[in-house]
Design a protein. Structure first.
Length: 425
């Protein structure tokens, strides 16, 4: 009789435990971020008691439940991540779990980074966005009767140099980081890697040849579906791809470069693995076009709705932009050998020289260079740029207006304007 009561009591415990776990799982807020940790802390002792051995039931139960919690955390964290990392999905075992945890920490990081930008960037205006950015479908931008971007944005005049960036602003590591970089807390970059003199000594020039047999510059979009506040959902003529087309037109018409604008779509159904999907096609393009010397992955950033990345240039509202580099290194795992980038120093030199010229010719138009831990397909070419142009609450016109200054800055670097590498030079 006592044995029967004991079994009944054990059955009731397991039944109520199952009900408790089901309710807890439905309360996603409780299990978000630290879901697995909370499960271990509160439920494993109970399952040990009910099972009597601490194995069997516990392991079978949580082998089904924990993957669901992990997937839930990934879905919640993803909208706040600056960039999906295909490398996370290529990893396995403990490395995959560590990188997943890094992703889930990005929401707070992004908020801190944006607050820092608001405090440090004098050109940043903080005002309400124009229109409803969350209800884009059916909202058409105001387009002139000609309905062509080429005739809408043609009157930009390149600026003369507005200021000199002194050697004191970049000559030592502390000054360089303060004035040029934001380093993501998940990665690290020391004085042996960030050296202005080394970056300035890199020759990144290319020859302009209107009669070249192939393209010199490749522009593409890992995230082709990124749009603006007045974009039409699914319409490439109002998305970041339209901005890429405008940049292509200016570089070709005004500066004499041969440019290939690749309009492949790698995030049409989902942004997951967009970098992995893009990689083989970009490799194929580079193999078929060995004349390509510059690769630009053009994106649009995402910021809190109250933040407006806009600055007036020649009387026009112009979207501010940011250069972005991957370091193939995290604090938790150190160097990511499976994401090795032989061109990392050249990549860093390219973004630095671009940032320097922007500060001299268009003060306040660029945000600080953002350094993060992964690779972002920047290993394919020495002269590779990842650019975040504007944000989701900029208008298409503001983004288009940024193409003139961006093309001019790029030409300043590629045409090889004289650059000082030390106070004595």
């Amino acid at each position: 009789m006592a044995e029967t009561d004991k079994k009944d009591r054990k059955g009731r415990i397991i039944f109520f435990l199952g009900i408790f776990c089901l309710l807890a799982f439905c309360c996603g807020a409780f299990f978000s971020r630290k879901g697995q940790e909370n499960m271990e802390r509160f439920l494993f002792p109970l399952t040990d008691y009910a099972d009597g051995r601490g194995n069997g039931f516990r392991e079978e139960f949580f082998s089904c439940l924990l993957p669901l919690l992990a997937e839930q955390d990934r879905d919640e964290a993803m909208p706040f991540v600056l960039r999906e990392d295909e490398e996370i999905r290529q990893s396995s075992g403990n490395a995959e779990l560590e990188e997943l945890q890094t992703l889930m920490e990005q929401e707070q990081l992004e908020e801190r980074r944006l607050r820092q930008n608001l405090e440090e960037d004098p050109g940043l205006e903080d005002r309400s966005p124009q229109g409803e950015s969350n209800d884009r479908e059916g909202i058409a931008p105001e387009v002139p009767e000609d309905n062509t971007a080429a005739q809408r944005f043609t009157d930009f005049t390149p600026h003369e140099k507005a200021r000199e960036v002194s050697w004191e602003e970049m000559g030592d590591y502390e000054s360089l980081v303060k004035n040029f970089y934001i380093i993501d807390p998940s990665t690290m970059a020391g004085s042996n890697q960030l050296k202005a003199e080394t970056f300035l000594a890199k020759d990144l020039t290319i020859e302009k040849d209107p009669d070249a047999q192939g393209p010199q510059i490749l522009i593409y979009h890992t995230h082709s579906q990124e749009g603006f506040s007045d974009s039409i959902a699914g319409d490439p003529e109002t998305s970041i791809m339209a901005v890429g087309e405008e940049l292509t037109r200016i570089l070709t018409r005004d500066y004499g470069y041969q440019v290939l604008h690749h309009t492949g779509e790698y995030d049409k159904k989902t942004r997951d693995d967009a970098y992995s999907k893009a990689l083989p096609e970009i490799e194929e393009i580079l193999q078929e076009n060995p004349s390509i010397q510059v690769v630009i992955d053009l994106h649009r950033d995402e910021v809190p709705e109250g933040t407006r990345l806009v600055q007036e240039i020649d009387g026009k509202p112009t979207a501010r932009f940011m250069f972005f580099n991957g370091l193939s290194r995290t604090k938790k795992t150190g160097n990511l050998d499976y994401l090795y980038n032989v061109y990392q120093e050249e990549n860093l030199a390219f973004s630095f020289q671009m940032q320097l010229r922007a500060m001299e010719y268009y003060p306040g138009l660029t945000r600080k260079i953002y350094l993060k831990g992964y690779r972002y397909n920047m290993h394919l070419c020495p002269r590779t740029l990842l650019i975040e142009l504007g944000a989701q609450n900029n208008t298409l016109e503001e983004a288009m207006n940024a193409c003139g200054p961006l093309a001019h800055i790029l030409d300043l670097v590629l045409s090889g304007e004289k650059q000082e590498t030390s106070p004595e030079m």
